[in-house]
Design a protein around this ligand. Sequence first.
Ligand code: NAD
Length: 309
Amino acid sequence: MRVLITEIIWNEGIEELINQGFEVDYDETLWKKREKLLEMVKDYDAIIVRNQTRVDYELLDAGIRLKVVGRLGVGLDNIDTTAAKKRNIQVVYARHANATSVAEYVMTAILSANRPLYFADKDIKAGNWDRKKFTGREIANKTIGLIGLGEISHRVAKRALAFGMTVIGYDPYITENDFIVTETGVQVKESLEEVLSESDYISIHVPLTPATHYLISESELKSMKTSAYIINTSRGGIINETALASALINHTIAGAFLDVLEVEPISSSNKLLFCETAMITPHIAGLTQESQIRTSVLVAKEVGKIVKG
Ligand code: NAD
């Protein structure tokens, strides 16, 4: 049994694969070397990727022995699942393994927008002592609007409620019997517009699909309060970045926390780089020691089950 790993995996995952009897070939930069990857993949029963490797018709065709694609994370937008199905290649992923990490990132973003500890520390070390400048704001009694009410939103909702926030949300595919509603009491709104206009913080948790591409564009940003922040940990293509940069430059919204971008790594000409009120991170919301160990071991186990039949 041979497995090819094309992006970063934690050692615990490799150990799990070896314990199961796999021969493991691991190159965390292989996703960048397309020709080499296409040449190598024919010799493997399984391939394990994150979100950078393009697993398309061409790669799946080249993988004549492939039984399974393992995705270290959630979100299958880099994998052509239809093409995999046609070739009888299964796709497994780390369902929910990093949801808590993403939820904690969202809370960090909201808290840091209101309590600028990092900047206060920098100011003190520059020789100042300015208490007024760093007066914060409470998040209790503010409203968070969740777009998409799945696993991550469920965990954000529980944390936001613990901070005394009001939680509202929009998701046309859930019903009042869904666990997020019954367990947290999140107020589900009929329209996206209602959530956008009523929230102080908007957090996006939908998959990237043709239906969610540019879900947030110029008119949606116009519906937001001028004091509101938008947080995107979902996928870059869900927010129209040109429209967002205009909203930030014209101060029609207060700020944005962006963990994901239309093009990753960010291009040096991306206007968002020059927006003071955009806080950008390199797709790390789900990336913690705990989540990566969970993800690597889970995917290794699932891949093993399929290859062994
Ligand atoms: P999930 O499948 O549990 O929930 C997604 C929800 O979105 C579902 O309830 C679905 O009904 C809803 N939805 C779909 N289309 C919608 C639409 N047009 N409008 C409103 N709601 C819609 O997924 P999840 O585990 O909560 O993850 C959400 C996304 O977060 C993933 O698809 C992935 O892209 C992203 N993610 C990012 C990171 C990171 O590190 N930044 C980590 C994990 C997940």
